[in-house]
Design a protein around this ligand. Sequence first.
Ligand code: MG
Length: 163
Amino acid sequence: MNMIRIGIGKDLHRLIKGRPFLLGGVELPSERGELGHSDGDVLAHAVTDAVLGAAGLGDIGTLFPSSDPKWKDADSMELLRSAWALVREAGYVLSNLDCTVTCEKPKILPYRDLIRSSLAAALDAPLEAVFVKGKTAEGLGPVGEGKAVEAEAVCLLNGGRQC
Ligand code: MG
């Protein structure tokens, strides 16, 4: 029986000087970047949680705990690819993924298609299956003050081996 499964992922990272600003494996020019145990790629983390949650296979924190030194400075796109391998192993393909990144700067739009193709490649999906939107927080809250970046992701998976 074919199944359609929905997943949601959300993440927030502090922004500090001297770190790369990474979104879906793409580095954007920025004075500040994400603080994190791993490389801090906030979008890769949200997407990882979305696909794992859709398949009911756990979450990024249980698969790659930040208490484990093994994941220090880990490449978050590698974590996403590992998580996706589990999801694919369970028989799913990505129907689509939709994401929103909220930060005051840098602007996401000039990098959108690069980010989309990076995520699509990691998820064995065509470019059309992945979309990314950039928003600001209108100067409000920690995101609006430029102290943090937030990402949300929703995905649909098709397939599955159960039933
Ligand atoms: Mg994170």
